[in-house]
Design a protein around this ligand. Structure first.
Ligand SMILES: Nc1ncnc2c1ncn2[C@@H]1O[C@H](COP(=O)(O)OP(=O)(O)OP(=O)(O)O)[C@@H](O)[C@H]1O
Ligand SMILES: [Mg+2]
Length: 261
């Protein structure tokens, strides 16, 4: 079963349904993400990458269509239940880290567990373990403003990992980083898939980062315009999707997922 599945997904901003004055950010997306895939989403600015990631992660609700996470229809959940599913099953990494400035790094990382009512000492232990995973154990007591961009992003990834989520969604996590820190962040995300069996969906502008993924989805104007697996990559998921040639596809890889129209 797909870990994430979008069906006929649409998202309009700024207009009542049926009006032509709003922005159609997502225009009918069908996609399935398989467990153990490392997926890159690319496309020009404004093509709908962030909007799609937010819809997949239950951060925003679609205006049409639906998202199933591990078979559960997110639309069927009320706001409180959705928040719980999001916190426990999904780790979200933002371009600008979104760490709370008044908390130390270890407190930031432990926050999803605190919000879940886990006893403080267990939150602290788990947060320190997550910081060790990203090589930031020695900076646990520091506030975010005392850390470099790369260090803050590794802390933000630790926060996304602390609940051991099934899926990590990252929106241009290297956008504000230099090439060495970008490389470390991508390596870290890759290791979630190879070492921990998690599923990662990463939005990026950088072709070299997209090339490191096992599957690359390209968007244009709110639609998926190509979807390819890297042949032979261990990051393409445990179960190979059914190969299918896209009409007009330029080739270069196998067709990924079972897109429907
Ligand atoms: N909250 C919003 N209100 C109105 N329009 C929005 C909103 N969020 C996104 N949009 C519009 O939806 C379209 C897709 O935006 P989105 O942020 O998903 O693009 P993107 O591919 O992530 O771009 P970038 O690479 O610049 O981050 C754009 O035209 C954008 O202006
Ligand atoms: Mg974006």
């Amino acid at each position: 079963m797909a870990i994430l599945r979008a069906e006929h997904l649409e998202k309009a901003f700024g207009a009542a349904a049926g009006s032509t004055s709003g922005v159609m950010a997502i225009r009918g997306v069908d996609v399935e993400i398989e467990p153990g895939q490392f997926v890159a989403i690319t496309g020009a600015s404004g093509s709908g990458k962030s909007t799609l990631l937010h819809l997949l992660g239950g951060i925003t609700r679609p205006t049409a269509g639906r998202v199933l996470l591990e078979g559960v229809d997110l639309a069927a959940l009320g706001d409180d239940d959705l928040a719980v599913v999001r916190r426990r099953r999904i780790g979200f990494v933002f371009q600008r880290y979104n760490l709370l400035p008044e908390l130390s790094l270890v407190e930031n990382v432990g926050l999803p567990l605190v919000l879940d009512g886990i006893p403080t000492h267990r939150c602290d232990t788990a947060a320190r373990a997550a910081l060790e995973t990203v090589g930031m154990g020695h900076r646990a007591e520091h506030r975010p403003d005392a850390l470099s961009g790369g260090e803050q992003q590794r802390g933000a990834i630790a926060r996304a990992l602390v609940t051991s989520p099934a899926i990590v969604l990252a929106d241009e996590p290297t956008g504000a980083l230099d090439s060495e820190n970008s490389r470390r962040v991508v390596e870290l995300l890759r290791s979630l898939v190879t070492d921990h069996g998690q599923t990662v969906v990463l939005v990026t502008h950088d072709p070299s980062i997209a090339a490191a993924a096992g599957r690359c989805i390209r968007m244009a104007d709110g639609r998926i315009v190509s979807d390819t697996l890297q042949p032979g990559s261990p990051l393409g998921g445990g179960r190979p999707p059914v190969p299918r040639q896209a009409p007009g596809s330029s080739g270069g890889g196998r067709r990924a997922g079972r897109k429907r129209r």
